[in-house]
Design a binder for this molecule. Structure first.
Ligand code: SF4
Length: 462
């Protein structure tokens, strides 16, 4: 389901055709809209909207433009309404030093007071920040807003600013500007981890292409999702799922998402083979705040059995829309070599090629050359190299086997590249990794192909 996490449906622009606007949104797969209160008069209208439409929820707060009108009366109203069933957040609140419609010291004070309410009532915060990023982050930090988290809506900052928002426990709100021709947002979005964003319209403002200059509306959040999918190289369904789970996790407190054994991503079926690994990479996705990958919980409690893996893949492989079956996981699949070979044999009737995403320690783990066994069962191996030399590998990947691991990994690449397997070797394009040297190393191995993988701030999500 698509969700518009930031809309202003109480604006006069929607007065004449609100029913049609909401019908159009539902017709485009937008199953939920968070309507954002921004002033005193709008609070009741937002609440009425949420009461009147099943798919509309509310966030209440005073916009920084209106900060000079904040008083005890408004605060009492906010307190009275904040725990109503469909009120999910406090906002939009924050600072706007671009238009400066309220004095800055009052904006800061009102921002702090509303953060205090959010903390008191345990509600996430919807943040407006315009030319005030440093003060916004400082105040959120000083007030301990990480405890409830929130969304920095209509994010338009740099990569470094996005990193700071995420470190604060907040989500990035991506809206129409990501579709604009000269926007720098796509560069930032291309690095976002999939558990770090939600989608929004900010309607009636900021319409995406091709509706610039016209009224924006929740149905257009699909255009934002399509653009983000293109940037990240995944399907629109992947973006829809990721953004929905991120939103529900934050706004509805839906955290009990069962772990997945098999899941669809980028048109492939991935098999989550194990949570055990012989490396302890500094950038491993397992080390981050939540283990959600495009909305999937991959944090296995126990490794799945062969029967469970086969059944989970068969449940997904109902049509002909998949390109390959990939053994991966938050761990090293060749730790369970015997089992993945059994799964591949039992699923061979599906007619799909098999790939293993591996750290290349398979020979070390299994104390033999496993390439001939792989050759009979899978078509492709994708090996994470991530270091051009032993010392860097020791520092970044911290292998259990110590210095032997890098030599064994290179030996595995040589053997796999010389076999019938299609052997791809990858390195993350993060600052600590010299991808040029990795490429040179791989290009010196006959048959091996090199590919850089996008680094998503702090993880190897690709
Ligand atoms: S090899 Fe992969 S799964 Fe293992 S620690 Fe490194 S990033 Fe994580």
């Amino acid at each position: 389901m698509l969700i518009d996490s930031h809309a202003h449906l109480t604006m006069p622009q929607f007065a004449a055709d609100l029913d049609a606007v909401i019908d159009r949104a539902n017709g485009c797969g937008v199953g939920e809209v968070l309507d954002i209160g921004y002033d005193r008069a709008g609070m009741d209208e937002t609440l009425a909207l949420a009461d009147g439409y099943g798919s509309v929820y509310a966030s209440l707060g005073l916009h920084p433009h209106e900060a000079r009108n904040y008083d005890d009366g408004f605060e009492d109203e906010l307190k009275k309404n904040i725990m109503r069933r469909k009120v999910l957040a406090v906002g939009e609140v924050g600072l706007d030093y671009y238009r400066d419609l309220s004095p800055r010291d009052i904006q800061r004070d009102v921002f702090r007071r509303q953060i205090g309410l959010a903390l008191y009532f345990g509600k996430p915060i919807v943040v407006h920040s315009r030319q005030a990023f440093e003060d916004v982050v400082r105040i959120l930090e000083e007030e301990g807003a990480k405890e409830v988290g929130g969304i920095v809506h209509a994010f338009s900052g740099s990569l470094e600013e996005a990193r700071r928002v995420i470190d604060l426990g907040f989500l990035i709100g991506i809206g129409g500007p990501v579709t604009y021709r000269k926007s720098k947002l796509p560069d930032v979005v291309s690095r976002l981890p999939s558990n770090a964003f939600v989608l929004e319209t900010d309607c009636p403002y900021l319409p995406p292409e091709p509706y610039r200059g016209k009224r924006n509306e929740p149905a257009y959040v699909r255009l934002v999702a399509e653009k983000v999918a293109g940037i990240l190289g995944v399907t629109i369904e992947d973006i829809e799922r990721a953004a929905e789970v991120n939103y529900r996790y934050l706004l509805h407190g839906e955290r009990d998402i069962p772990p997945r054994i098999a899941y669809e991503l980028k048109g492939n079926i991935y098999v989550n083979v194990t949570g055990s690994c012989t490396n302890n990479c500094r950038f491993c996705v397992r080390l981050r705040r939540s283990n959600f990958l495009y909305g999937y919980n991959l944090n296995l409690v126990t490794d799945p059995t062969v029967d469970e893996m086969v059944a989970a893949v068969r449940e997904l492989a109902t049509g002909d829309q998949h390109r390959e079956i990939v053994f991966c996981g938050y761990g090293e699949p060749t730790c369970r070599l015997h089992d993945i070979l059994a799964v591949a044999r039992r699923l061979s009737d599906l007619g799909l090629p098999f790939r293993i995403n591996t750290n290349g320690h398979g020979n070390l783990i299994n104390r033999r050359n496993i390439v001939p066994e792989l050759e009979g069962a899978v078509q492709k191996v994708s090996v994470s190299l991530n270091a051009p030399d032993r010392d860097t590998y020791m520092h970044l990947c911290r292998p259990d086997a110590g210095v032997r691991a890098f030599d064994s990994l290179i030996d595995f690449i040589r053997k796999a590249s010389a076999s019938a397997l299609d052997c791809e070797v990858t390195a993350l394009d993060c600052p600590e990794i010299d991808t040029d040297r990795c490429r040179t190393l791989v290009e010196g191995i006959p048959g091996a192909r090199f590919r850089t993988r996008k680094f998503h701030f702090n993880t190897c999500e690709d």
